[in-house]
Design a protein around this ligand. Structure first.
Ligand SMILES: Nc1ncnc2c1ncn2[C@@H]1O[C@H](COP(=O)(O)OP(=O)(O)O)[C@@H](O)[C@H]1O
Ligand SMILES: [Mg+2]
Length: 235
């Protein structure tokens, strides 16, 4: 579904992502693990062309989308659930959700809101409340629901568990599992190995901007590459 070939991202002299190639398959959740600063966010933003790319080819559903703008990528079926959720805390839950369907006609936006409220009934009950009043886990759910508002085939998720309590992490995990069951593919960036273990069939381990290891999660998580990457001694 998504193929990333030889992606390199550099911020001036800092090479954040070096020659990364990866694939995300339809109907699956693909993990990207790595410590702080490993290049996970830069990889996701590099796929979307939102950070300076030195090289790389992005193919989605057989089409080269490397130089497509964000709007075109969203229309093609890719959504981002960004790091730190990036909600507008003073805006209502509903207005935050509607941002995910930006550019769509009124009817489509209402239809998708209806779907979001069907999935998350409590969002409907609290739709007029400011998003900033919600707990971290609830805000993450809003961020996920907002990403779904563009009706994506593939969602790029950047550390959805970050800053959440263990209970909230489990809830977010269940939410993502439900969404995956409905056939939406995901590329899940995480530091939480357990969450990747629970959701992903395949994963990549990033260390120092490079793929240090990749493969089926069951094999990968036994491998030294994972602990090496976290200890900072990986490739
Ligand atoms: N906007 C930026 N400007 C300069 N350097 C950046 C920027 N974003 C990320 N970096 C650097 O790129 C590297 C990878 O960062 P990042 O992709 O955020 O890693 P991760 O998401 O795995 O924590 C780090 O060394 C970080 O300091
Ligand atoms: Mg990051």
């Amino acid at each position: 579904m998504l193929t990333v070939q030889n992606l390199t991202v550099a911020f001036g002299p800092t090479v954040a992502v070096r020659d990364v190639s990866l694939r995300a398959e339809a109907g699956t959740v693909t993990g990207i693990l790595g410590a702080n600063g490993a290049g996970k966010t830069s990889t996701l933003l590099g796929i979307l062309g939102r950070v300076p790319r030195q090289s790389g080819r992005i193919v989605f559903n057989g089409h080269d989308v490397t130089d497509h703008g964000t709007g075109a990528l969203v229309r093609a079926g890719i959504a981002l659930c960004p790091e730190n959720r990036r909600l507008f805390p003073n805006m209502s839950i509903e207005d935050n959700l509607l941002l995910g369907a930006y550019g769509q006609g009124r009817k489509t936006r209402q239809e998708r809101l209806g779907r979001a409220y069907e999935r998350f009934g409590w969002l409907h009950d609290r739709r007029a409340e400011a998003a900033g009043r919600l707990s971290g886990g609830q805000q993450q759910t809003v961020a996920i629901a907002r990403a779904l508002m563009s009706d994506p085939q593939l969602v790029l998720l950047d550390e959805p568990s970050s800053g959440l309590s263990p209970v909230a992490v489990d809830e977010v995990g269940e939410t993502l599992r439900d969404i995956a069951r409905d056939g939406t593919a995901m590329l899940l960036v995480e530091q939480n190995v357990r969450l990747v273990e629970k959701l992903c069939s395949t994963a990549y381990v990033l260390a120092h901007g490079q793929v240090a290891a990749s493969g089926p999660v069951t094999e990968l998580l036994d491998a030294d590459a994972v602990s090496d990457a976290y200890l900072g001694t990986g490739a």
